[in-house]
Structures are given as C-alpha cells and as structure tokens.
Design a protein around this ligand. Structure first.
Ligand SMILES: [Zn+2]
Length: 425
C-alpha cells in the first residue's frame, strides 16, 4: 500500500516559491508535500511548473436558456483547456437565477454537465428571497447597468432591503457598476459610440454610489475599466475589486468592431494602460475573464444590435502566463489574483498548493509559447478578441487529483461539483 492515491511532481508553487517537490493527493485533496512521496499513481513533470489551477470568478456559461452560445459542457471544457478548474457563474441566464428553484435547476444542470467545479451567483432584484438564495449561492450579483438576459438593472433605492439582507448573510455582493441613470441611449455605430454611451463617469458614479449604499456588505466591484475608478477603490480598503484581461490588454483602438462590444466598454488607450500599470503596482484582488460568449452570427449584426460580451475563460491564464514569461507580470502576482484571492474571497478550499486544499493543478512549460487562434479554442462560440496574441496553454490540468486535460485533449471524464456543497459545515 502506498501512502497516497496520486503524486504530482515538478517545480511546484508552494508558499510563494517554486521548489522541486512532490504533491501527495488522496480523495482529491492535497495531503502531503515533500521532496519525495510514494504513491499508487505518479505523474513526474520533471522541471516543468506545477501551479494551482485558476479560479475564474466571473463567467457566463449561458445555461439554461442561451445554450446556442455556450453550455456547461462546452464552457467547462474551454475552461479546462485554459487551466481553469473552478468557475463562478453569473445569474443572467434564462430564467434568471433569482429564485431558489431556478438556482437548484441550474445546479442540477451544472452538476450533470460541467467538467470543472462551479459556484453559482444569485441575482439581486426587488423582493428576492436573499436568505433562501444564500444557502445555495456562492455569492450575490447586482447589476447597476443593463446587460444580456432578462436581469434588469434596478435603481439602488429599490433594492436597499435586499442589500441589507445580503450584508447579514456575509456572502459577497459582486456588482456590475455602471450607472444606468447616466448612460446615454444614443444609436451606436462603432466602439467610439458605445464608449460615449457608457463613459467613464457611468462607472465612477456607480462605484461611489454602491460603496455608500452597501456599507456593511462584503462588496466586490467587477471588471473595473475606467482610470478614474482606481483612486476611489484605493481609498475603499474593505472593498475588493476585479479586472478583466480585455480591459488591460485591449482598447477601442484595436478595431474589433462588434467583437469588441462589451460592458463596461473597451475604453481609451490611457484607461487600458492605467489598468495594466495599476495591476503591476498591486491593485485589484482578482483577475477574472467575464467570459460572455455570443455566436459569430450574433456578433455580425449591425453594431447597434450586436450583443455585448466576449469569451475569455479559455484565454485568461494562457495570456497571463505569457506576460509572466516576458516579465511584464510576476508569477506570484498572477497566482495571487487568479487562484489565492478568488479562493479567499469566495471561501473556497482552492487556489493554493497546500495541505487540505483541493488538488486542482496546472502543469506549465513557460518556454512553450503559442498564438491564440479562435478556431483552436473549445468554446462553443469559436472566436476570440485576442486572436494572434501570444499565450502559454497548460500542458496538463488536474481537477481534485484527476488528470482532465493533456494539452488540447480531454483525458478525464469526472464531473464538477458545486463549491458551496463542498464546504465543510
Ligand atoms: Zn459579466
């Protein structure tokens, strides 16, 4: 009898450092870390990096109701390809995840189809059962500006009671901060028009209002994009924040047309540069993709009609790893924002190579760079706004100790679990 079920060896990211060692796994958890461990099944990756797999704290898997764009099966396979083994799914599906029954229905779909672990957000609307939803949901999501699906933005005055109720659950309130009352509704023909309708002031106003209105909540500001938001956040010590790769790597000058139409919008180059600089200087708790796929057909509509959002769960970590290789970002800073902090904020036993944590791992060769190609991605929508950009895709991906991917190929069959049910009581 061996000490453990599975051993993964390599240059492992343990306690903030890379060291040649072995990770012992039993029952899907890390049970030992040592120079050598004897196991039933040993994966020796030599000097390749073994990192905690990424948690994508902001995705839209589109199921139920919009499964022509993506579903839990295709979206989770895309996640695995990009080194993401846990996704937190947003509530603007059809039906919206604003009732306990809708949340349970989505949980059933995800449990039977997702290849990665998942948590589900519940939507905040006037009159929803916050206490009931809190039992099932990983967190709450409030939209202050309009978006895809039927989950409408409500003025803060109409959800005060619900926000207070969220505060008493101690679950996170994640907010899409765009002030609907300041949004211009003019006809849009280009990314410039889209930006004019949702200018920087829409974001800063919404961020100020929600910080004020949600005192007492564990508040999290999603996808920060305007440079004027940065000083507001740096003064709000107990508010966590998130940035997406598209807001620090792309801007309106990338000429993406409808494919770059996303909310909050791709802004001016100076905003994009400010996001990247802030990230380098330690801002933002979380990098999340806001994976929001639409089909190429839908994106080919006239600008004004084309839906907002772009895919990203599959390209986030590969883009970040290339930035690490080129020394634009430190490995510790990336691991902090896509593994450790999302795990801490949402109370998951994930995101670290540490005894007691889920054995969610990615194996990476920093010398094996490639180019992002939409037709090689596994997301159902089949396109990417990051076409042609350099990236490093993981060599292997493990979910709770089981190898699920080898390069571009799925090699495991296990289904993902709800992270809320996985928590010890
Ligand atoms: Zn989103």
């Amino acid at each position: 009898m061996s000490e453990v079920d599975v051993v993964v060896q390599g240059r492992c990211f343990v306690g903030g450092n890379l060291e040649l060692c072995a990770i012992g796994i039993s029952g899907g958890r890390i049970v030992r870390i040592a120079k050598t461990i004897d196991g039933d099944k040993v994966f020796d990756f030599g000097t390749k990096l073994v990192l905690p797999a990424a948690i994508d704290a902001h995705v839209h898997m589109r199921e139920p109701g919009m499964t022509h764009k993506e579903d839990f099966a295709s979206g989770s396979l895309a996640a695995l390809h990009g080194g993401v083994t846990c996704v937190l799914d947003m509530p603007n599906t059809r039906p919206s995840t604003t009732t306990v029954s809708a949340l349970k229905e989505k949980k059933g779909l995800a449990s039977s189809r997702s290849l990665v672990d998942f948590g589900l957000f519940a939507g905040v609307q006037p009159g929803v059962d916050i206490a009931g939803l809190a039992i099932e949901a990983v967190g709450f999501k409030l939209y202050m500006g309009g978006t895809t699906g039927d989950l409408l933005a409500h003025p803060l005055g109409t959800v005060r009671r619900e926000i207070e109720a969220v505060a008493s659950t101690r679950k996170v309130l994640a907010v899409h901060a765009e002030d609907e009352s300041l949004r211009n509704k003019g006809v849009e023909d280009s990314l410039d028009d889209h930006l004019k309708n949702r200018n920087n002031g829409c974001e800063t106003s919404a961020v100020r209002k929600i910080i004020d209105a949600a005192a007492g909540c564990r508040l999290h500001i999603c996808h920060v994009s305007a440079k004027e938001t940065l000083p507001i956040l740096s003064k709000a010590a107990d508010v966590s924040s998130e940035v997406t790769p598209h807001h620090f790597l792309l801007d309106r000058t990338n000429r993406l047309g409808t494919y770059g139409k996303v909310n909050p919008p791709l802004r001016r180059r100076e905003d994009r540069q400010a996001m990247f600089q802030a990230l380098k200087e330690g801002a933002f708790d979380v990098i999340a993709s806001d994976h929001a796929p639409h089909t190429a057909d839908e994106k080919s509509e006239d600008f004004d009609y084309a839906p907002c959002g772009m895919p990203g769960v599959e390209t986030m970590l590969p883009l970040l790893l290339h930035l690490v290789r080129d020394r634009h970002l430190a490995l510790t800073s990336v691991v902090r924002r896509v593994c450790e902090r999302p795990g801490e904020i949402y109370g998951l036993r994930k995101g670290r190579i540490e005894v007691g944590y889920d054995a969610d791992l990615v194996v990476v060769d920093l010398m094996a760079g490639s180019e992002i190609k939409g037709d090689r991605l596994l997301t159902k929508c089949g396109w990417t706004a990051f076409e042609g950009m350099p990236a490093i895709f993981p060599r292997a991906v493990f979910v709770r100790g089981e190898q699920m991917m080898e390069g571009d190929s799925q090699v495991g069959e296990s289904k993902g679990r709800d992270v809320v049910e996985g928590q010890p009581s």
